[in-house]
Design a protein around this ligand. Structure first.
Ligand SMILES: Cc1cc2nc3c(=O)[nH]c(=O)nc-3n(C[C@H](O)[C@H](O)[C@H](O)COP(=O)(O)O)c2cc1C
Length: 832
């Protein structure tokens, strides 16, 4: 093979598939059971706790729900991982020189000496051929989603539903399950729609990694990426342009991002430009959703502009929105014979290896309250991975599947008129026999189990969903009058549903109250199938692991603030919702209380909720809602199996790139206010362990900047950190913890202020033994916590500090920091 840019098309025409095997030229590439329990109070040197399912900031506010469709509440961050699958390439672009479209693939193959050449890559797999799948199912639009926490997937599903007509027949697929190689086979009368979230620091989502690697072989300079090896379809044999093999491809793209991240929407932007560079033609504008503002609205606006173009492409009329009538639903619900297993919350098929789809039931070994005197709960939870085969490193993330509180479940069952059938076994199947996803749940379940375990029912209902799935079922004028503005007026929706914390149950209760006031007796009843379509699937929440595998090899710990949101002050409808609890963190709090015997967790089955209940002043049994001494509304959770004091959490480990330097001699500067301390605790444990194990070896200085509200109430892990740093100082004497307690004095003091105050110590660590800084420092910098303000302020403080101490312009210092980022020596694990 000649050197040069890789790229090309695998000759498929000659290497015909026989019996599903592509010979000759192969397709390249891508080739809660517990033990223990009962009490576990933190001893000063072991433990910890935090939550994040989209992640929290130091003040405990989280990303939770600036948008209505999100998994939100209590949940966290993630840095994505690992590159998967490397392709071996048959052709080198330089072999053919400049673009020569007239040259056939066969000729190129021959020139490459390639007739018998092997890519060394995976065999063609019919199951992974999305074009084949589309055509076999009679579909002409494929919608791929790149989703980390479920929003993009939810958007993709909703888009398909909206597009569906006789002429436009969409199919929603997960790119992880399909090969990109077939892309060139798409024809002009077909369309690919990409709904792509950006994650990490401007990275593709895990399920898009393989595709992204193929299209963006050069992440530093995406425009210089090589042409991926597409499979040449038989009907285009010899006709594909080598450099623009996607000339027949039509696509549309919507990105999901958050403007507080430096690389806003970069995943969608880069994929958009790569597809165009490869000849594909975009339909309409690229959409860019910003979940710091209103991603639902961004999506709605993009659809308003793009859907007519797509419909025009297929000669389909714009549906008459005022036509009325109940919408066709995606799922059919059949009440079947009983099945005890799935009422017990056995959610996932057993597996030998564990991942997002097959979480491991990890016994909870320890729970503790880290800041008992604080006005918020900060939890420490340890789970046991023994027997799972899963390994973790300090800096990795743990995905936790939570369950909805019994109060929210019962309230919704009541609002749907399902309380008396709550434990009826049901099977939920796709109405469309060609849909990619034929079953919504892994098995027969029950109404109650579905709402408790599988669906996000606690989120405010998005405007678009009210419009398409609630309003159409309104039969009374009162219901239509109540729902109409929420469906059609963005501001009314934001004020009532968003600020009012209206989950589906609360929204339906509000509608019912309006109907009763109007004298209606025939209340709006949403069919279960509409609920299953409306509520996104329950997503795991990710937490930065707060322990070191050297110290606790099979026992990762979580450190989480328990989230509670009050309805916006002044909202006329605040009384409708009042409070919204973060799903996962409150479940963890429930777990802690269960394990420590604080309160019975199980409610009697079948209790009736007052139809007019205005939670959370009353819980599902009609009793006053329990709030604790922190003013926190407590949820109830039915634990299965109901064995006293035992609990297992469905979890899996997600690898991250947030890693200590392999060489312990390299200094580390860690900035982790609030629960941003979590990964830093793991790092500190690790360095202390090294110091104890190798007292003779030198170690780089470790500086930890931690911030919280008050020293007295909010200094989590204080004693433990003091001891760990004593150990570290035996080999790295300059190491220390520097704290910033914002409310301990009149002026707010944050970590960035402490960085400036401790400029000498920081600069010394950055020098890493050199006399002078003449380029990017060799030390490693870690930042974890709030992306919106803290992470940016920290970068600015560091640049100012370096500029001052090194005697260089701030721009130069900023440039050095940028270079450190590129070299993974300045790492962030942040959330917004
Ligand atoms: C850990 C994390 C990292 C993120 N990184 C970025 C980023 O670099 N750029 C960006 O525009 N948005 C970023 N976002 C925002 C997400 O793209 C946005 O929340 C999106 O709606 C998530 O979609 P999903 O639920 O389908 O994964 C990040 C979100 C999280 C939780």
């Amino acid at each position: 093979m000649l050197p040069g840019k890789q790229g090309g098309i695998v000759a498929y025409a000659e290497g015909k598939r026989q019996g599903g095997v592509l010979n000759k030229y192969r397709v390249p590439g891508i080739g809660f059971l517990g033990i223990v329990l009962g009490y576990f109070h933190l001893t000063s040197d072991s433990s910890t706790a935090a939550d994040q399912g989209k992640r929290q900031d130091s003040t405990g506010s989280q990303k939770e729900m600036s948008t209505s469709s999100k998994v939100e509440w209590g949940d966290m961050v993630i840095v994505s991982g690992v590159l998967v699958g490397a392709a071996t390439f048959l052709f080198r672009k330089t072999l053919f020189g400049a673009r020569k479209p007239e040259m056939t693939i066969a000729q190129k193959a021959a020139l490459a000496g390639g007739a018998g050449g092997s890519s060394g890559a995976d065999e063609y797999n019919e199951e992974r051929d999305f074009v084949l799948k589309m055509r076999n199912a009679g579909k002409n639009v494929v919608i791929f989603y790149g989703s980390q926490t479920g929003t993009a997937e939810d958007f993709a599903t909703r888009l398909a539903k909206e597009l569906q007509s006789v002429a436009v027949r969409p199919l929603v697929l997960d790119p992880e399950l399909y090969d990109f190689h077939g892309m060139a086979a798409l024809n002009e009368d077909e369309l690919a729609v990409l709904i792509l979230a950006t994650t990490g620091e401007g990275e593709p989502t895990d399920n898009m990694e393989q595709w992204y690697d193929a299209f963006v072989s050069n992440r530093e300079s995406p425009e210089e990426s090589e042409v991926p090896e597409f499979r040449e379809p038989e009907d285009k044999a010899g006709m594909l342009d080598m450099e623009q093999p996607l000339a027949d491809v039509r696509f549309a793209v919507f990105g999901l991002g958050n403007n507080t991240y430096e690389q806003f929407n970069s995943h969608a932007r880069i994929m958009d430009s790569r597809l165009q560079a490869l000849g594909a033609q975009r339909i309409g504008e690229r959409g860019e959703g910003d979940d710091d503002v209103d991603i639902e609205e961004d999506f709605a606006q993009w659809k308003d502009k793009t859907l007519p173009l797509i419909r025009a492409m297929f000669g389909s009329a714009t549906p008459d929105e005022d036509a009325g009538g109940a919408p066709a639903l995606t799922w059919t619900v059949t009440e079947t014979g009983g099945s005890d297993a799935w009422t017990a919350g056995q959610l996932y098929a057993s597996a030998e290896t564990f991942d997002a789809r097959h979480p491991f039931q990890a016994p909870v070994k320890a729970t503790a309250e880290l800041t008992p005197g604080a006005d918020r709960h900060v939890l420490h939870v340890e789970v046991d991975l023994a027997g799972s085969g899963m390994r973790y490193e300090a800096g990795d993330h743990i995905g936790v599947y939570a369950q909805n509180s019994d109060e929210e479940v019962d309230l919704l069952l009541a609002a749907l008129g399902l309380l008396d059938r709550a434990d009826q076994a049901i099977s939920v199947a796709a109405a469309d026999p060609h849909a990619a996803q034929q079953a919504l749940f892994p098995h027969v379940t029950t109404y109650r189990a579905a709402l408790r375990h599988y669906l996000e029912i606690a989120l405010p209902v998005p405007r678009a969903q009210i419009k398409s799935l609630v309003l159409p079922f309104a039969t009374s004028a009162a219901a239509r009058d109540f729902l109409g503005p929420l469906a059609n007026d963005k501001d009314a929706h934001a004020q009532k549903v968003g600020a009012g914390c209206l989950s589906l149950a609360r929204l339906l209760n509000a509608v019912h109250a309006a109907e009763r006031t109007a004298g209606e007796t025939d209340l709006l009843m949403l069919p279960p199938a509409a609920v299953f379509e409306l509520c996104p699937r329950m997503q795991p929440r990710f937490y930065s692991i707060s322990s070191s595998a050297r110290v606790a090899p099979e026992m990762p710990s979580i450190t989480a603030v328990v989230l509670q949101y009050e309805a916006a002050a002044g909202s006329a409808d605040a009384k409708l919702g009042l409070t919204r609890s973060g799903v996962a963190t409150n479940f963890l709090l429930g777990a802690k209380r269960y394990l420590q015997g604080d309160r019975a967790v199980s409610l009697p089955d079948g209790v009736l909720v007052s139809e007019n209940a205005a939670l959370p002043t009353h819980d599902a049994s009609g009793a006053p809602v329990v709030a604790d001494n922190k003013g926190h509304v407590l949820g109830s959770y039915t634990i299965h199996p109901p064995v006293d004091r035992q609990l297992a959490l469905p979890v899996y480990i997600r690898k991250s790139q947030f890693r200590l330097p392999t060489d312990p001699a390299v200094p580390i500067i860690m900035i982790g206010p609030g629960t941003g301390l979590a990964p830093m605790r793991g790092f500190v444990q690790e360095r202390a362990h090294q110091a104890r194990a190798n007292p003779e070896s030198a170690q780089g200085t470790a500086l930890l900047f931690f911030g919280a509200r008050t020293a007295v109430h909010d200094y989590m892990y204080e004693d433990e950190l003091a001891r760990l740093f004593d150990d570290i100082r035996t080999v790295a004497p300059q190491s220390q913890v520097i704290t910033a307690f914002s409310r301990d004095q009149a002026n707010k003091i944050y970590v960035q202020h402490r960085l400036a105050e401790h400029a000498d110590a920081v600069f010394e660590a950055l020098l890493a033994g050199q006399d002078k800084l003449t380029g990017p420092p060799r030390a490693h910098i870690y930042v974890c916590g709030d992306a919106k303000a803290m992470a940016k302020d920290v970068t600015r403080a560091l640049a100012a500090l370096i500029a001052d101490k090194a005697g260089v312009p701030v721009d130069t210092a900023a440039q050095w920091l940028a270079e450190m980022r590129k070299a993974s020596r300045y790492q962030e694990d942040v959330w917004s």
